[in-house]
Design a binder for this molecule. Structure first.
Ligand code: ADP
Length: 232
């Protein structure tokens, strides 16, 4: 199985590229969806967050007010670290289960769409690693337009993240999303053909079919040895 890592910075275009993969039929494990799932009312993650941040962060229906929590952690690095630390184990196991489900289905190439790929040290499980990069001014403008926030708020959110240039330096593949959608789609076509190449032997061994193939080969080998022994 090939687990392609897809990451970027806030408003760099990661979701846009992820949607291109999805519309080309590749299965996506979306870490943001997993992160939402692990704080659903009554879950283990929800209990940890409520205990640490208090009832004030709850909506009337008992779900976590994500916008409110977001404001708290974006303006306070210590609280952000605390939240990450509390939820990291739940998110990692949620991602693991999503990957396992796709493995059982026999998927060969999957996209792990995860903003904190490097920070969560998940990069060691993914290859190739794609970073969606954008120039700083375009990033700021797109973030303000998408989330309807001020320049100051957008700058704070960008600065709260690991530098996008550093992420770019760790990438196997960079998609520069500073231009038009058509320019991004052109780069995407190239990347799609790259990640859709036949699996390398190691990747095949980690796929469901690869495991069956190995088990079948071992079984045939053992039976052949037994047959030879019984003929002696
Ligand atoms: P991320 O998932 O990295 O936070 P998004 O994919 O949501 O970023 O993109 C941020 C915003 O920029 C969205 O409103 C999206 O529609 C817009 N956008 C993304 N790529 C382009 C592009 N090449 N040209 C114009 N707008 C874009």
């Amino acid at each position: 199985m090939r687990i392609v890592g897809l990451t970027g910075g806030i408003a760099s275009g990661k979701s846009t590229v992820s949607n291109l993969f999805r519309s080309n039929g590749l299965p996506i494990v979306d870490a943001d969806l997993v992160a939402r799932d692990v704080v659903r009312k009554g879950s283990g993650g929800w209990k940890k967050v409520v205990k640490a941040f208090g009832d004030d962060i709850l909506l009337e229906n008992g779900e976590i007010d994500r916008a409110h929590l977001g404001q708290i952690v974006f303006s306070d690095p210590e609280k952000r670290q605390l939240l990450n630390r509390l939820l990291a184990p739940y998110i990692s196991s949620g991602i693991f289960w999503e990957i396992l489900k796709l493995w059982i289905k026999g998927s060969k190439v999957i996209i792990l769409d995860i903003p904190l790929l490097f920070e969560a040290k998940m990069d060691r499980w993914t290859a190739p690693i794609i970073v969606v990069w954008v120039d700083p001014e375009t990033q700021l403008q797109r973030l303000m337009a998408r989330d309807g926030i001020s320049e100051e708020q957008a700058t704070n959110r960008i600065n709260a993240q690991t530098s996008l240039d550093w992420k770019r330096s760790k990438a196997d593949i960079v998609i520069d999303n500073s231009g038009t959608m058509d320019e991004t789609k052109l780069q995407f076509e190239e990347v799609l053909s790259q990640v859709s190449q036949p699996l390398a032997w190691k990747e095949f061994a980690f796929s469901r079919d690869g495991l069956f193939w190995i088990l079948a080969s071992v079984t045939v080998g053992v039976l052949a040895v037994q047959k030879n022994l019984s003929c002696m």
